[in-house]
Design a protein around this ligand. Structure first.
Ligand code: 5GP
Length: 189
């Protein structure tokens, strides 16, 4: 997606540890026009997949997920990272290792909102080592639902996530694929 790649080149900042900071338009301050375009792009890519629900992980997956849900006309379910008193006791839960924070956390969704008849499209902002998507896959399989694929805004191809997920037969569509980020220089695949 050309507009996204241009935005990454103009506004993205490469931090130590192969982290790309895109908090001027995606992760902190958000560009609704760009993210609406991202949502339409994912909706087009998965238009024939009879998606019944979008899933993502809070917080930074929510914006692209909700605009994809808007374009497809389906609900968006985000997995929560903290257990809250007002969350249903009946939850599906999975452990995820966070690449950016270097620690494990638990993702949870209420059983009330994820069913065996659902066809799920996962949306996330980044794909690094694939742990966030695998955690969501775990929740989906616990519910007996079907995974139709994963839409990723930015895939870092030099990390293992894309290969791991595709080897498992998961359809992964990324709108910007970064081949390398050496010396602060971003190169797309
Ligand atoms: P994975 O689970 O694939 O290892 O990492 C994906 C998750 O980690 C994403 O949900 C995202 O929040 C975070 N992440 C991974 N790499 C980056 C990065 O380079 N920049 C930012 N901002 N987040 C990242």
């Amino acid at each position: 997606m050309e507009a996204l790649k241009q935005k990454i080149l103009s506004d993205g900042r490469v931090l130590p540890g192969n982290i790309l900071k895109v908090d001027s338009f995606l992760n902190h301050q958000m560009d609704p026009v760009l993210i609406a375009g991202i949502g339409r792009q994912f909706a087009n890519l998965f238009a024939d997949q009879s998606i019944s629900k979008i899933m993502t992980v809070e917080a930074s997956g929510i914006a692209p997920a909700i605009l994809t849900g808007l374009a497809l006309g389906v609900p968006v379910l985000f997995a929560k990272k903290t257990a809250s008193a007002n969350m249903d006791e009946e939850t599906y839960a999975a452990t995820v290792h966070s690449y950016t924070r270097g620690k494990d956390y638990t993702v949870r969704v209420s059983r009330r909102y994820l069913h065996a008849e659902d066809r799920i499209l996962i949306i996330d902002d980044f794909l690094a080592n694939g742990q966030a998507v695998l955690g969501l896959c775990d929740l989906i399989s616990q519910a007996g639902a079907t995974l139709a694929g994963a839409g990723i805004v930015i895939e870092k191809q030099f990390q293992d996530g894309g290969r791991i997920l595709r080897q498992k037969g998961i359809r992964v569509e990324a709108l910007a694929i970064i081949k390398e980020m050496s010396n602060g220089q971003i190169t797309f695949a």
